[in-house]
Write a protein that binds this ligand. Structure first.
Ligand code: NAP
Length: 240
């Protein structure tokens, strides 16, 4: 059976690359691109829908616009924030911690994806394997934290990984064919990574297409016992 896919954050570098790769896949019947500003055209196979993951009503509304019978084989959550054009930038030290910035980063990176899970999980296919993937980050691993800093982003991804684990435990009962995973895309050229590009060793800054291709390979190879885990783009399991 051909697949139906939802990509949340399809306007981003990685989300868009995932959508473009799946568009070339004959095994994919329909792609639902959810974002705040996607300039993509609707077509027979591609539908663009508005979502603001910071607003629970917006997530609820976009579900209302879907057919009640829709079943997703893959939901890929590619939203995220590390910095913005206003005041958000990763904290270098304790004195940079601020309530409003922590709130914003946790809202986009943790609370938004948790709410996307709340409303999209009922639409996961049940009669065969289905995947709910969230873009996480290696810096969300507490055991891997050697450098410190980046308080809000690290904490938001650590908490996201916990939410993913919780989804995997609870949904096992109602949908034993569902797999929930976090994915670390590598360092990928995008708006999000732009300020840090210069620190990346040559060859280690991936194109969005390369990272998306590798992560889709990881997704294809998942089995039910992988649910709740976090994997890197090359299939390495990232420890909590
Ligand atoms: N790039 C890397 O090196 C790297 C490394 C590790 C992890 N990651 C993770 O990968 C994910 C994607 O990153 P990227 O590199 O593709 O960054 P990006 O190009 O900046 O994309 C981020 C996406 O998040 C969306 N977004 C932010 N807030 C939103 C909201 N309230 N509602 C709906 N969409 C919202 C943006 O949409 P708008 O266009 O509407 O703003 C954009 O589509 C993030 O979770 C990031 O933490 C990236």
């Amino acid at each position: 059976m051909k697949k139906t896919v939802a990509i949340i954050g399809s306007s981003g570098a990685i989300g868009n690359a995932v959508a473009e790769i799946l568009l070339d896949d004959d095994g994919v019947e329909a792609i639902y691109r959810f974002s705040r500003n996607d300039s993509n055209e609707n077509s027979d196979r591609v539908k663009n829908l508005y979502i603001d993951i910071e607003d629970e009503e917006s997530i609820k509304d976009c579900i209302k616009n879907l057919s009640k019978d829709i079943k997703f084989d893959l939901v890929f959550v590619a939203t995220g924030i590390l910095h913005n054009d206003n005041d958000i930038f990763p904290e270098k030290s304790i004195r940079d911690i601020s309530k409003s910035k922590l709130e914003k980063v946790l809202l986009v990176n943790t609370i938004g994806p948790a709410l996307v899970g709340k409303y999209f999980i009922p639409y996961l296919r049940k009669d065969s394997k289905s995947i709910f993937a969230f873009l996480s980050a290696r810096v969300g691993s507490i055991s891997d934290n050697k450098l410190g800093g980046w308080y809000s982003y690290r904490a938001s991804k650590t908490a996201l990984n916990q939410i993913i684990k919780n989804f995997s435990i609870e949904v096992r009962r109602s949908n034993p064919n569902a797999i929930f995973i976090g994915l670390q895309p590598g360092t990928v050229k995008s708006f999000l990574s732009k300020p840090f590009e210069k620190n990346v060793r040559p060859g280690n800054l991936f194109t969005p297409e390369y990272s998306a291709t590798k992560m889709l390979e990881v997704i294809d190879n998942l089995s039910l016992e992988d649910t709740g885990k976090v994997y890197a783009w090359d299939g390495e399991e990232i420890q909590p």
